[in-house]
Design a protein around this ligand. Structure first.
Ligand code: 8IG
Length: 277
């Protein structure tokens, strides 16, 4: 018998992203955006420091975006205008992201990035809160992502599309970030599927594999972003030592608190970096 279920249409996510970008242009009055920013745990203050907020839109008013399900995660999409010198630039600030752990839906995870590309964006800044694998990496430390290891077992790419991931996290943009803060160190971000945190044995494995940071976002989004040609900067905030690194158990409240404490400092850093892009 022939299956009555149609195969998934690989173009559908891009059509939805196009629709979302058109709706964003209507709602913000900004025809094209130049830079997109995805704000993870601890990074939300940066939007206020970037420039003038032209529009602030509840995410669920834009096709394909969902209201976030996690306490401490934002829920709006902002258009911010940077007017330093020369041509004004428009930054699309995605205050909410869909995580893979919410429903293992890679299309939903990639939608923000694809919408940004459809809105005209050339550079994408992905931020997150994460666990640190090196005992010397203390909570509150921002780290540049130099590369990633994707342990989700998933990809946002559908079909036989062989996307090159060399220099995925742009060395040009990392250099530029270090011009703002020469003390920034680099690390390899390991994306686990979550939503549970790792066991101490998994944390030791991630370190053996060459990881520096563990988290539940960013890698899948970076892959989707490279696929659509974006230049990517990744910034992590270490909000906790990974499981087993310190004797204390992990708690979401502790993660939120570390993000809150580091917030003003890393938000200033991020705003300075974005203004240089
Ligand atoms: I914030 O220690 C934050 N997110 N997987 N492990 C994983 N995700 C995280 C962690 C962590 N801290």
């Amino acid at each position: 018998m022939v299956s009555p279920v149609a195969p998934p249409d690989p173009h559908a996510p891009f059509a939805l992203a196009q629709e979302a970008a058109e709706r964003l242009a209507e709602l913000t009055g900004v025809e094209r955006h130049d830079i997109a920013l995805v704000l993870g745990s601890g990074w939300s203050g940066a939007a206020d420091l970037l420039g003038e907020t032209v529009a602030d839109i509840p995410a669920d008013e834009v096709p394909g975006f969902r209201a976030p399900t996690v306490a401490g995660h934002g829920a709006s999409i902002r258009s911010v205008r940077i007017d330093d010198d020369g041509e004004p630039r428009h930054v699309l600030v995605l205050g909410s992201r869909t995580h893979y752990y919410e429903s293992r839906d890679v299309r939903a995870v990639a939608h923000g990035v694809r919408t940004a590309a459809a809105a005209g964006v050339g550079q994408l800044v992905l931020t997150n809160g994460c666990g640190g694998l090196d005992p010397a990496l203390l909570p509150g430390t921002p780290v540049l992502i130099a590369d990633h290891i994707n342990l989700t077992g998933a990809s946002p790419i559908e079909g036989a599309t062989f996307v090159d991931l060399t220099d995925l996290y742009s060395s040009r943009l990392r250099d530029l970030a270090r011009e703002v803060d020469p003390t920034l160190t680099e690390g390899v971000y390991v994306q686990f599927p979550g939503p549970h945190y790792e066991t101490p044995a998994e944390v030791r494995m991630a370190a053996l594999l060459g990881g520096t940071l563990v988290g539940m976002s960013t890698a899948l989004e970076a892959i989707a972003a490279r696929h659509v040609g974006l230049e990517i900067l990744g910034l992590s905030l270490v909000t906790n030592q990974a499981a087993g690194i310190s004797a204390d158990p992990l708690s979401h409240e502790e993660v939120i608190e570390a993000g809150r404490a580091a917030g003003p400092r890393i938000s200033r850093l991020l705003a300075q970096i974005v203004r240089r892009i």
